[in-house]
Design a protein around this ligand. Structure first.
Ligand code: NAD
Length: 477
């Protein structure tokens, strides 16, 4: 018998969303010079949340100039232990305002409050705490005796983990003595703007952090700006390629965190129930809007039937709906455009001959929704096995031997992450060694920690974020 759940909605009243936001430049909110604005909507009900400024060329100039001035006159001159105090202060304010940040993130992004509250926001605070600890220890980071900051970092981030991607970018940059201009994604600008208020609250010197909102054009203006010394980008491989081209031949340093099509490999000796939880977490966490999502399940043929039965039973228990309800497992798709992409790739999956299955599930009428879906009978040539869907869609393939599993797992242009499920430690180590992926999880999936480096191979990008390695991208040595 299925449990009935009473609604347990988190109140949106804790967060004050302003009707209109300016750009955050030199410690203040300012209007865009050409007056252009765009709307950000709640993907769970399509209601407009706020109007946000769109930064044009002269706005980006002003933001980069503010970051440069703050770098030259204040930030690079502060001893590491003083920079650390600001980062600790920011981390503590994030903890104090955690509920507000989590609610805002869920409203603007569509992700379940359970995730923004228990995963995103605690990790954001953890990143600032972690890098605060490094700020006065840079000579001991293994990057030479006197590592120096690069200058002004231009940072562009995607919409899937808006605040967490901001933390991955801003915390190490500031700890290393750089100043930043960050552009959040156009569909999820609000938590970055609340972060700007937190910078004010922390008395961060003006110009150390600047936030310019806008779409791809604003991002392009920022990464191509002559006054930027370092470009850090997280987003699609397609845009990453454009940025790599525009930065090539300049003195700018570049890190790219791009897409993925991770294999989650289940061997016949894996504990099935535990693996099922890992598969669900791997592909349905954050509606599958995860660069390192376990979107290709590779299951050993001898246990495939048993595992798929258990997976379907588990999927039937997933609760899809209101992101602010604490019972919700799967929230809204972030935008109409993303929903269209997921729908069209899923239709292609069917037309190429794979079998599609979703549990019975009632989707809300308004908003952008997609039921958790699996495809079986998938071959390596199918587009749903090759392309990043970036949604709650799992492609299931089978294998007979470990060698076949490794070959199939590596048969992708990407190389961001992978998962291995087995009782046998020696098998896990042997297989992990042969996987071309930046992160390999063993008997778990989608686990993040600020001390651990994260990044890709091949078309998943280059450079590492997180850990000691994450400092290297912001230091000359
Ligand atoms: P996207 O590339 O379309 O956009 C990312 C950001 O780049 C946005 O802020 C966008 O406005 C900006 N942008 C667009 N065109 C630009 C241009 N020409 N120059 C500069 N900036 C530009 O990606 P998305 O759809 O927002 O995000 C999803 C993608 O991000 C997926 O492919 C996912 O795998 C990837 N991602 C990677 C990681 C990682 O760490 N590797 C983490 C999260 C997401």
């Amino acid at each position: 018998m299925a449990f009935e759940y009473a609604p347990a909605p988190e109140s949106p009243a804790i967060v004050n969303i302003r009707p209109s936001y300016g750009l955050f430049i030199n410690g203040e909110f300012v209007d865009p010079k050409d007056g252009e604005r765009f709307k950000t909507v709640n993907p769970a009900n399509e209601e407009v949340l706020a109007e946000v400024a769109s930064a044009g060329p002269s706005d980006v100039d002003t933001a980069v100039a503010a970051a440069r001035a703050a770098y030259d006159t204040v930030w690079r001159r502060l001893p590491g232990r003083e920079r650390a105090k600001y980062l600790f202060r920011i981390a503590r304010i994030i903890q104090e305002r955690a509920r507000e940040l989590a609610v805002l993130e869920s409203i603007d992004n569509g992700k379940p409050i359970r995730e923004s509250r228990d995963v995103d926001v605690p990790l954001v605070a953890a990143h600032f705490f972690y890098y605060a600890g490094w700020a006065d220890k840079l000579p001991y980071a293994g990057l030479g005796p006197d590592p120096r900051p690069l200058g002004v970092a231009g940072q562009v981030i995607p919409w899937n983990f808006p605040l967490l991607m901001l933390a991955w970018k801003i915390a190490p940059a500031l700890a290393a003595g750089n100043t930043v201009v960050l552009k959040p994604a156009e569909t999820t600008p609000l938590s970055a703007l609340l972060f700007a208020e937190i910078c004010q609250q922390a008395d961060l010197p003006p110009g150390v952090v600047n936030i310019v909102t806008g779409a791809g054009d604003t991002g392009r203006l920022l990464v191509e700006h002559d006054g930027v010394d370092k470009v850090a980008f997280t987003g699609s491989t397609e845009v990453g390629r454009l940025i790599a081209k525009s930065v090539a031949g300049t003195r700018k340093r570049l890190t790219l965190e791009l897409g993925g099509k991770a294999a989650n490999i289940v061997f016949d000796d894996a504990p099935i129930d535990q693996a099922v939880e890992g598969i669900v977490n791997g592909i349905f966490f954050n509606q599958g809007h995860v660069c390192c999502a376990g979107s290709r399940l590779l299951v050993q043929e001898s246990v495939a039937e048993e595992l798929l039965d258990a997976l379907k039973r588990r999927m039937a228990q997933l609760r899809v709906g209101d992101p602010l309800d604490k019972n919700t497992d799967v929230g809204a798709i972030n935008s109409a455009a993303q929903l269209e992409k997921i729908r069209s790739l899923s239709e292609i999956g069917e037309s190429e001959g794979a079998q599609r299955w979703s549990p019975p599930c009632e989707l809300p009428e308004r908003g952008f929704w997609f039921a958790p879906t699996i495809f079986t009978g998938v071959s390596q040539a199918h587009r749903i096995a090759r392309e990043e869907i970036f949604g709650p869609v799992l492609s299931v393939l089978t294998f007979r031997t470990p060698a076949e599993a490794v070959e199939k797992a590596n048969n992708t242009p990407y190389g961001l992450s992978a998962g291995i499920w087995s009782e046998k430690g020696s098998r896990i180590l042997a297989v992990a060694d042969r996987l071309r992926a930046g992160v390999v999880w063993a008997n778990t999936f989608n686990k993040f920690d600020p001390t651990s480096p994260f990044g890709g191979y091949k078309e998943s990008g280059y450079g590492r974020e997180g850990g000691r390695h994450g400092l290297e991208a912001y230091l000359a040595h």
